[in-house]
Design a binder for this molecule. Structure first.
Ligand code: GRE
Ligand code: ZN
Length: 326
């Protein structure tokens, strides 16, 4: 399929590049990977062409800003990354758009930066890499806590989507993975971390306070579609501490948008479609952690969807979600 729009498509700046090394450095192809993630010109555009991707909505790599302990450095690095993305959009306005990196260490400044990005630079929303550390390495701030309500007010006022992207759990807080470092990152731990964070948002009453929030999660929903029925079923018996006014599943189905990033699998796709329908589903690749060609090869050919649904999920839904002028 030509004309696809993809929006879990990562870039890096020199300051955040090293964060990708533990994920991509072991393949022995670090130099190539580094070139790919830094490049926003010919190489990436040619790869997009081969994969039938007309537009990539760029975002910073993980965990990047969210792992910077110093508040001022987090603010400066976000601005730098966002300015870099803005320059790429200016250079190739018909091929790129951008999602803001945000210094969640300081919710007020994060809101200000989001306003700058959306109102002045024309960004389409934000992509944040899970919880934020601050001041000390052994810290993890999740965005359901009261300190972030003013930030969500800004997101709600701007009415832009917020992509909740994975990051790895910090070493001080992941005993369950001891002795199994492979289990901690993208094969499993990313999904546990991100889905739990997403459910915290649902259970915090956030969506009662801000009914227009739209949260995006990747990887076919980070496992939530598969578990949703049971969660609602069991919540009838153990709703301890749950602050939502409505059942969990209602919030997920109403406020969450799910992408195919890095999970090119028919069974997962069917489950996600069964849970959400096709209107809140989107094609994404997760380049350069994945190959755009692999994402497209699967998406363009899967017979789980009709041709009409392929157009919808590959393009039309994204135009609507981000209000793109295409
Ligand atoms: C990602 O950003 O999506 C990612 C990583 C590291 C490994 C795999 C992956 O940051 O998909
Ligand atoms: Zn990603």
């Amino acid at each position: 399929m030509k004309g696809k729009i993809a929006f879990e498509e990562h870039m890096a700046i020199e300051d955040t590049l090293q964060d990708a090394k533990i994920f991509a450095g072991e393949s022995g192809q670090w130099d190539e990977f580094a070139e790919e993630i830094l490049d926003l010109d010919e190489h990436r555009l040619a790869t997009m062409d081969r994969a039938g991707i007309q537009m990539a909505i760029l975002s910073l790599n993980a965990p990047a800003i969210q792992a910077i302990l110093d508040r001022d450095e987090a603010v400066e690095t976000s601005e730098k990354a966002n300015d870099r993305m803005a320059a790429a959009v200016t250079a190739h306005p018909d091929r790129y758009a951008a999602l803001a990196a945000l210094p969640m260490q300081d919710p007020k400044t994060a809101g200000e930066e989001l306003k700058r990005c959306v109102n002045e630079l024309g960004f389409k929303g934000a992509l944040v890499n899970g919880f934020t550390q601050r001041d000390v390495a052994d810290s993890a701030f999740y965005y359901d806590i009261p300190g972030y309500r003013d930030f969500w007010q800004v997101v709600s006022d701007l009415d832009v989507p917020f992509y909740l992207h994975p990051r790895m759990q910090i070493p001080e807080r992941c005993e369950i993975y001891d002795g199994h470092p492979w289990l901690k990152s993208s094969p499993w731990g990313f999904a546990v971390e991100t889905s739990t964070h997403a459910l915290r948002l649902c259970g915090s009453g956030l969506f009662d306070d801000f009914p227009n929030l739209r949260i995006i999660v990747g990887h076919q929903g980070e496992g939530i579609p598969f578990g949703l029925w049971r969660m609602d079923a069991r919540m009838r018996f153990s709703p301890r501490g749950y602050c939502g006014k409505r059942p969990l599943g209602d919030y997920f189905r109403e406020h969450f948008h799910v992408t195919t990033s890095g999970n090119y699998n028919d069974a997962a796709f069917r489950c996600t479609i069964d849970t959400l329908g096709t209107e809140q589903l989107y094609f994404c690749s997760d380049y350069p952690f994945e190959r755009m060609e692999d994402a497209s090869e699967w998406f363009d050919n899967t017979d789980v969807i009709t041709e009409e649904q392929r157009q919808q999920i590959g393009r039309a839904n994204a135009i609507k979600l981000f209000g793109l002028d295409l």
